[in-house]
Design a protein around this ligand. Structure first.
Ligand code: 0O2
Length: 205
């Protein structure tokens, strides 16, 4: 994939990502009643870099053609939504699922079912319609929903464990499992401060 091909390829994904960003901003203001706190602490947007696309295709034993990237990678456009409480995550996911223009491609609930290494997050890949002059095409956007404690763990794990020498992997894995346990307990305590949560959103429907 040349640089030129890459920049042309990512354009509609950028559009789809921006549209989802805006939808989430709107939900952040409207999910709960006007006097209640907003569910989102922080909203991040990223487009997969050329290097990262090439690396992922190589791992899948595929050539780094634009067609392969389009056919096999569903996380070219990515959003990360950091919420205050777990209920906020499920309320936002449900609100997005009620938006009839969006199609759910894939969903992974690593909150109810954490990965064995301790990773927690809610992943959803949505097909988002992008309209041109005479046509419309769906493009996937991957959204990762996390609380702040889940994000602390995932960001540190990504930073510290990624590309580490194999001899350090086992002890790091043990340490991060312990951190996941400690952060899970802290999160349980924070959950007690959730005053908006489920009831508000049900009333809002
Ligand atoms: P990056 O650089 O963050 O984009 P996929 O890898 O998406 O093709 P799968 O198995 O469906 O296949 O992916 P999954 O499990 O939904 O996870 C995709 C993304 O979640 C990863 O993207 C990470 O961002 C994040 N993630 C998943 N597992 C872990 C984990 O154990 N630790 C951390 N820190 N992040 C994780 P990429 O493409 O790996 O990287």
């Amino acid at each position: 994939m040349t640089n030129e091909q890459y920049y042309e390829f990512i354009q509609p994904y950028q559009n789809a990502g921006q549209m989802m960003y805006t939808r989430l901003e709107v939900l952040n203001k409207s999910l709960y009643s006007r006097n209640a706190a907003s569910p989102i602490h922080n909203l991040q947007e990223r487009i997969k870099s050329k290097k990262s696309i090439e690396k992922k295709l190589e791992k899948m034993n595929l050539s780094d053609s634009v067609q392969n990237a389009k056919d096999y990678l569903k996380d070219i456009a990515g959003l990360r939504v950091i919420c205050y409480f777990i209920d906020d995550i499920f309320n936002l996911v449900n609100a997005l699922k009620r938006q009839s223009e969006l199609i759910v491609i894939k969903e992974k609930d690593y909150i109810s079912h954490p990965k064995p290494n301790g990773y927690r997050s809610y992943h959803i890949i949505l097909a988002v319609p992008v309209y041109y002059l005479d046509t419309m095409e769906y493009f996937p956007v991957e959204i990762q929903f996390r609380t702040m404690t889940m994000d602390l763990w995932a960001s540190m794990e990504h930073r510290v464990c990624y590309k580490k020498m194999p001899e350090h992997r086992a002890e790091l894995a043990d340490a991060f499992l312990q951190y996941a346990d400690i952060l899970g307990k802290i999160e349980e305590q924070f959950e007690a401060y959730n005053e908006t949560g489920m009831l508000e959103e049900i009333e809002h429907k």
